[in-house]
Write a protein that binds this ligand. Structure first.
Ligand code: FAQ
Length: 330
């Protein structure tokens, strides 16, 4: 990527890292340090643009692919009320994906290109969405744990240095907060149900706990982007800091539900007030990232088919826009 900005008509103006002067980089960092928001047409280092594009597009893809595991239960929700709530949640995820694609497009790459990169495997999406939803309790666990982890990671993104991303995150976080509560509510009801329902809730926690911790990314010592992203105030906390906050908040919630977190090494450190927890299976994480999780192929296949099935809608929308543009020009 060698794009440098959008001119008044939204046309991409080219430049590359090599053309960046020390003065420009210094002035940019000063703006970031002063908590000035960087906007789409402002000068920015090419590497800042690349980092944002990578992260925002990965985030958008995650929201869209993340509709699949829950969509699996839309027709099987236990009550009409649960179905209506889940339908609204899945629609929210679609909306989040769309705001995020729009935010990423301000950096000079088209949505078609981003989707092509997802389908070719060039762009990642969150590891968490490569796990199956085997029972209704998984829908509770996703809301409680996955949305819970997402909120922990995303609230600081509302203060991201890039304005379009930061602003998109405000509404997303409000909606994620509702999602987390609906998930906890499902777990609450199951954990107060009969033995079979309690076992179902425990089984879902057993399967989703460790993948949820992996959502925060590799340990800080192995996180290749964190230091630079924090200097640019894209990230405000490191992966390990956010993971720790999540564990500290979530373990008491599991205790309240009467469920056991599947970690024999979990204990509270009375001196620090933080929970200490066992080692994450990073081999599993990297296997999932390499495309070998339980559902990777299925997720991408389904997304690819949806892209093909939706082609006529995009064609029709383009034809309609062209017709109106021609009429306006005449
Ligand atoms: N999965 O150097 P770092 C949601 C990659 S939305 C896959 O630490 P960074 C809502 C990373 O890309 C969930 N890949 O990277 C919802 C990099 O590879 P690359 C998504 C991962 O960017 C709920 C490499 O590892 N949220 O849940 C993962 O500084 C329910 C090295 O890592 C966001 O995207 C992972 N878990 O930190 C929807 C939030 N972790 O690109 C439906 C925004 C790391 O060099 C239902 N993103 N990698 O090839 C972020 O905050 C950051 O990008 C991190 C990773 C924290 C995810």
């Amino acid at each position: 990527m060698y794009t440098q900005g959008l001119d008044q008509k939204g046309k991409v103006v080219q430049s590359s890292d090599a053309s960046e002067s020390a003065d420009q980089l210094d002035a940019f960092q000063k703006r970031v340090d002063a908590e000035d928001k960087i906007e789409a047409k402002d000068w920015m280092p090419a590497a800042y643009r690349r980092t944002l594009l990578r992260q925002i597009s990965q985030h958008a893809h995650s929201e869209i692919i993340g509709m699949q595991p829950e969509g699996n239960w839309l027709t099987r929700a236990p009550t009409l009320k649960r179905k209506a709530i889940l339908l609204a949640k899945v629609q929210d995820e679609a909306g989040h994906g769309l705001y995020l694609y729009s935010a990423a497009e301000t950096l000079g790459v088209s949505r078609d290109q981003m989707v092509a990169d997802l389908l070719s495997g060039k762009a990642k999406y969150s590891s968490i969405f490569n796990y199956p939803t085997l029972t209704w309790a998984d829908i509770g666990a996703i809301g409680w744990l996955v949305d819970g982890a997402a909120i922990m990671n995303q609230i600081p993104l509302c203060r991201c240095s890039y304005g379009p991303y930061a602003r998109a995150m405000v509404r997303i976080c409000k909606e994620e907060s509702f999602h987390q509560r609906q998930g906890f509510d499902i777990m609450f009801e199951l954990s107060r149900g009969n033995d079979e329902q309690k076992a179902m809730a425990q089984d879902a926690l057993n399967r989703w706990w460790w993948p949820s911790l992996m959502m925060f990314g590799p340990n800080d010592s192995d996180s290749k982007h964190s230091a630079q992203s924090m200097a640019w105030k894209i990230k405000r906390f490191s992966n390990d800091e956010l993971r720790q906050k999540f564990v500290d908040v979530t373990v008491p919630q599991a205790e309240f539900l009467g469920l056991r977190v599947p970690d024999d090494d979990l204990s509270i450190n009375d001196k620090t007030g933080h929970y200490e927890f066992g080692d994450i299976d990073w081999q599993e994480f990297y296997d999932v990232l390499a495309g070998n999780g339980p559902c990777n192929r299925q997720r991408i296949e389904k997304r690819g088919q949806a892209q093909v099935d939706g082609a006529w809608v995009r064609d029709a929308a383009r034809a309609y826009a062209d017709k109106h543009a021609t009429a306006a020009a005449a």
